[in-house]
Design a protein around this ligand. Sequence first.
Ligand code: FES
Ligand code: FES
Length: 167
Amino acid sequence: MEDEILGEEVVEVSMEVNGESVVLQTRSNRTLLSILREDLHLTGVKEGCGIGECGACTVLMNGKAVNACMVLAPKADGAVITTIEGLGDDKHLHPLQQAFIEHGAVQCGFCTPGMILSAKALLDKNPNPTRLEIREGISGNLCRCTGYQQIVDAIEAVANRRQEEGS
Ligand code: FES
Ligand code: FES
């Protein structure tokens, strides 16, 4: 459904967010980042640069890592979205979350949600990546604190553990 409010186009957006159906009406020029943070209160999605360069706002959209600050509301219609709040549950962290803690890959934590979602997208597509492939997989996510080494170690540890468990 489309309507006009205060001269701006309003669109209806239906999404599945972390397993829940969400339907909302919003201005067509709003970003997925703003909808997730302000309307759905999913503040694990971080706003850094706001222009597609830092990866802090990374979410999974139909299984692919995207910068939520670059997705306008109409593009999210019909999408399946996963944010960091959708990983793990109240009792168990997701293995990537656990590994980031174990390897000291979380310092200030601002990049962490986006970094973990990029890592998840990578491992879902390539369960046994090389360290170079891991670096490439998180190349859109900037971290000011860790120097990346611990992050790569954490992602590699999860991949290795899964290989061992699968063998
Ligand atoms: S806030 Fe989206 S890429 Fe920086
Ligand atoms: S842990 Fe601070 S930006 Fe990555």
